[in-house]
Design a protein. Structure first.
Length: 384
């Protein structure tokens, strides 16, 4: 047997990691779609045509539009000719594409900002007190609105002046835990033109005031844990963290991102996409997992995941307007056609995550005849 050099084995490991990752995402997507359709049909499994049209878009992600084909773009294989939902929260396929693209811009902004010695970066986490019975539909708008209000206030303007805060990026994150329920929170990256550390106490006061103004009946955020502040040091890890790129060790490449990251159980809770995984369903029971998933899909509908302060892109010399989620997805699907798929072949791939992931891997590794053979064999009607 021939020995592989380290570079080859590295490439093989990455290729296998990517295949496994894809298989997991396709499996998640199938689960999500089954649950959303089940809900729409009231459990009967039958949908009328008008009901099909009003399904949440992630339910239709991957449905064939015209003739489908497998294409290659920058060495990555993907299927063209099918619908993409461009959802930045709850699509196992589109969400990572969108977030990785945003992470890339953010990395550029951070690098350019920190190229100037006196510039600092601070990382603020804003949370609200919540109980298990709070709905996500209530909590998510609460944190977003409280931040908008705080950011627009006189107090914040004064604060920004005092600490030379010139720009910010805001990323919303949602976790869920059995103990505490939904936990939406905001990560704010502050671009500071100076060396003075921002004052956490003042942010905590402004945050409490703002929350109180919107929801006077709610418990005030904890003085100790309601607002966290840490120096970000301009590390690319931070960009990765904000946009949920994969950790460096696995490096499934900067483009396969997370929003899908697995989190340990005793941490802040799970990433909602994990509700689609077998192990989490086994723990919660499938009915509860389905209910929570549907709640997540509904509550994040049309909510932005990441926003930049107005002049940041321009100040960092990043060309063009911020692309929409839709534009990011559209731009990611312009490759060279490799294999045209029949309706049956496409259906087979869509319903068999392991083969789907395997076929794309073979194409990326340059083994198109193998990919074709697999498609043929798995699509051919059973021979007697
Ligand atoms: Zn999608």
């Amino acid at each position: 047997m021939s020995r592989q050099n380290p570079e080859q084995s590295d490439a093989l490991r990455r290729s296998n990691d990517l295949r496994r990752w894809r298989e997991e995402q396709y499996t998640r997507r199938a689960r999500s779609q089954a649950w959303l359709m089940d809900r729409a049909s009231g459990g009967s499994g039958r949908l009328r045509s008008w009901q099909l049209r009003v399904l949440p878009r992630p339910t239709r992600c991957g449905w064939p539009l015209t003739g489908t084909s497998i294409r290659l773009h920058d060495g990555k294989a993907y299927i063209a000719g099918s619908e993409h939902c461009a959802n930045p929260w709850c699509c196992p396929i589109c969400t990572p594409i969108i977030r990785s693209r945003r992470a890339r811009d953010l990395r550029t902004a951070i690098e350019r900002w920190t190229a100037i010695e006196e510039h600092g970066l601070w990382f603020v986490t804003l949370t609200v007190p919540h109980v298990k019975s709070d709905s996500l539909d209530e909590l998510l708008p609460l944190v977003s609105t409280a931040w908008s209000r705080m950011r627009g206030s006189q107090a914040w303007r004064r604060y920004a002046r005092d600490y030379a805060i010139e720009h910010y990026v805001r990323a919303a994150e949602i976790t869920w835990s059995a103990q505490h329920g939904w936990h939406p929170h905001l990560h704010i990256l502050l671009f500071v033109a100076g060396r003075t550390a921002p004052d956490r106490k003042r942010i905590t006061e402004m945050w409490a005031d703002s929350l109180h103004a919107i929801a006077p009946g709610r418990k005030a955020p904890s003085k100790r844990h309601g607002v966290l502040l840490e120096e970000a040091n301009g590390s690319p890890i931070l960009a990765a963290y904000l946009a949920k790129t994969p950790d460096k060790r696995r490096d499934i490449a900067s483009e396969v991102v997370r929003g899908d990251r697995k989190q340990s159980r005793n941490d802040d809770g799970i990433n909602p996409l994990q509700l689609l995984d077998d192990d989490v369903q086994a723990r919660l029971g499938p009915d509860k997992a389905q209910r929570l998933w549907c709640e997540y899909v509904d509550a994040t509908y049309r909510k932005r995941s990441i926003t930049w302060s107005r002049n940041l892109r321009q100040a960092m010399g990043i060309d063009g307007d911020e692309p929409t989620d839709e534009q990011i997805i559209q731009r990611s699907v312009h490759g060279i056609p490799v294999i045209d798929l029949t309706t049956e072949a496409y259906r087979m791939l869509r319903t068999t995550p392991s083969i789907h992931a395997y076929v794309l891997q073979r194409i990326e590794d340059g083994e198109i005849p193998v990919a074709l053979q697999v498609i043929d064999e798995c699509t051919a009607p059973a021979r007697n």
